[in-house]
Design a protein. Structure first.
Length: 342
């Protein structure tokens, strides 16, 4: 199923008109993660057009005003009810009469429990949207609050689907991303959650990298506060140009000043910028971006420091530039690249 066909089928399902064959087709179609994303988008669109419950506010207000004046508040009743029948019908007969209603209530309760259980299990799928940047390319998005995020290759960001920007904002990053956070009129904080620390801001520009078993934050503009969930009472405040790193399992930040903080996120302009960087780290950067293993042939070569800028829009171009600029031999294999002395 695809295109208009799946949209029509899902709308029939949401409206309760789906046939058993349609239900089976949807069940098989939902086994793919990408299809589940489409499902929740269409569900949100359908519910926006078909309200599940429209309260009678005028009637409710009238009932409340009467109640405040001392009148009894009207109770909802299912069907007509006779006061005499309550006392004249025998217990067994009354039980038989009430059984259909009891069965209906039990059925509704079971359905409610099923819906609640399904909602709990699939909460992350319908409550959050996951944005991915695949290997070999970056992805730039604008969030609902107007903030811009550029994800480096092989990175992902989890963002709430509903109400983002109406209160304090929270996102979850895996990989690397550059954030340009928009300040809100009500000073809502913006928090980037990583595996071992949280980055809290109001409005600023900064880069966060969660690769290689550590979280590294470089502040480009404004002010950010770094908080360890295990030690929230001891936050670290950064100034523009500061770089702070927290390794997995550590409790102390490593802080230093970066001369050109904007170069840290050079991937936004499809560039790799290195300043006295060991070749081992250059290899790791290429590996993270393109998803192919990069091996340096010797320890001595791995310690060799490189300074310069490489174009970063094609793996072949990157390797050729690296070879020519730094006198390296590049050996391409099926599943890896080997860097050797020329």
């Amino acid at each position: 199923m695809n295109g208009p066909s799946i949209e029509h089928t899902l709308y029939d399902l949401f409206a309760g008109r789906a046939t058993p064959l349609q239900k089976q087709a949807v069940e098989e179609w939902l086994r793919t993660a990408e299809n589940r994303e489409v499902y929740y988008q269409l569900l949100a669109r359908y519910e926006a057009k078909h309200a599940q419950y429209e309260p009678d506010t005028a009637r409710a207000l009238t009932n409340f005003e009467q109640f405040m004046k001392g009148h009894p508040y009207p109770r909802h009743q299912v069907g007509p009810r006779s006061e005499t029948s309550v006392f004249t019908v025998s217990g067994s007969a009354q039980a038989r009469r009430n059984w259909p209603a009891t069965r209906w209530v039990l059925g509704m309760a079971a359905s409610l429990l099923a819906v609640v259980g399904l909602g709990y299990v699939t909460h992350d799928q319908w409550a959050y949207e996951k944005i991915d940047a695949p290997f070999g390319q970056t992805t730039t998005i604008t969030l609902a609050d107007g903030s811009d995020v550029t994800l480096n290759a092989h990175s992902s960001l989890r963002v709430p689907r509903f109400g983002f920007g109406n209160s304090d904002r929270h996102v979850w990053l895996t990989g690397e991303g550059y954030f340009s956070v928009r300040h809100t009129t009500r000073d809502h904080t913006f928090t980037v959650h990583t595996p071992n620390l949280d980055v809290q801001v109001l409005g600023t520009r900064f880069n966060v990298n969660t690769r290689s078993g550590q979280t590294e934050v470089v502040l480009d503009e404004g002010k950010v506060q770094l908080v360890q969930p295990k030690a929230p009472a001891h936050p670290l405040t950064l100034k523009p140009g500061d770089q702070a790193t927290l390794a997995e399992g550590d409790t102390a930040f490593h802080r230093r000043v970066v001369a050109l903080p904007e170069q840290v996120a050079a991937y936004r302009q499809n560039r790799l910028v290195f300043t006295d960087t060991p070749l081992s780290k250059v290899a790791s950067a290429i590996q993270d971006y393109y998803g192919i293993r990069v091996v340096v042939s010797s320890r001595e070569l791995a310690r060799r420091e490189l300074t310069g800028t490489l174009p970063n829009n094609d793996l072949n171009v990157v390797l050729r530039s690296l070879s020519v600029s730094y006198n390296l031999a590049v050996e391409r294999r099926v599943d890896q690249v080997v860097l050797k002395p020329q």
